[in-house]
Design a binder for this molecule. Structure first.
Ligand code: CIR
Length: 256
């Protein structure tokens, strides 16, 4: 059986200062509870939880997925597209280096957020978005092509990150709310979900995904296709444009 682990990072007191498209007050205590429930759900699916030490000066640091792209034993450390998020990546880098990952880094003038990267097997889709620039796409391609990945750049103009628009089911079907997706035809199999909110999945195992309670019809659609769905309420983190994917980095087959 493959070893599975997930990186997570505790929300900080300054969470409510995080970057948000719509300024809605965030209940930090409630966000902490919801984060704990999220971590418990991932743990309950059999993942070892690895906590990246909290970063009190980075309000958005709970969204740990944005700090790195992991492929096989390679960890490509991101360079955040938003200036207030730069520096978050240092904690992730040190944890993954300690775990034996081969580290490379996206560097200036390139920017890249992990939320723009969707891996489906050896195909890595990377969104050219408001956060990830062309140099970021290019540096990711240069870092991971030699490791066996095919890096496919895709435009993202309607939402924050590629994974705000699309994620993938365990069988590789790409899902999303179509009005949020620039070019659904770029994906070999695309399934449109009914609701804009809560349209993301985290693959927990070959037959189970994690979704937010904010998209009940989306959950129903995914269940109707024969998948097990574990749900979590992450409403306070969604106020900061987060979704289920961005709260963890899933690791499989860790370096020995
Ligand atoms: C930001 O704007 O950077 C954060 N407030 C939200 C980041 C969410 N990350 C993600 O979806 N991968």
């Amino acid at each position: 059986m493959s070893i599975r682990a997930a990186l997570v990072r505790k929300p900080v007191e300054r969470l409510d200062e995080g970057v948000a498209e719509d300024a809605v007050p965030v209940d930090v205590a409630r966000a902490e509870e919801q984060w704990t429930e999220y971590v418990d759900a991932v743990k309950g699916a059999g993942y070892e939880i690895i906590e990246v030490p909290a970063s009190p000066d980075h309000p958005d640091s709970v969204f740990v997925e944005d700090t790195v792209v992991v492929y096989k034993h390679h960890a490509v450390i991101a360079n955040a597209g938003h200036p207030t998020r730069r520096g978050e990546q240092d904690g992730t880098k040190s944890v993954l280096a300690d775990r034996g990952y081969e580290i490379s880094e996206i560097s200036h003038p390139a920017t890249l957020d992990g939320g723009d990267v969707l891996k489906i097997g050896d195909t890595i889709y990377v969104g050219h978005s408001g956060r990830t620039n062309a140099e970021g796409v290019s540096q990711l391609r240069a870092a991971l092509t030699p490791a066996g990945a095919t890096v496919v750049g895709v435009p993202v103009s309607k939402v924050l990150h590629l994974k705000s628009a699309v994620t993938a089911l365990p069988d590789g079907t790409v899902i999303g709310y179509e009005p949020n997706v620039d070019q659904p035809g770029l994906f070999p199999q695309f399934l449109a979900l009914p609701e804009p909110h809560g349209s993301a999945v985290v693959v927990l195992s070959d037959d189970t995904v994690l979704m937010s309670t904010s998209g009940p019809e989306n959950v129903q659609t995914v269940r109707s296709l024969g998948w097990n769905v574990v749900t979590v309420n992450i409403s306070e983190l969604e106020k900061l444009d987060g979704c289920v994917t961005c709260l963890s980095v899933r690791l499989r087959d860790l370096p020995a």
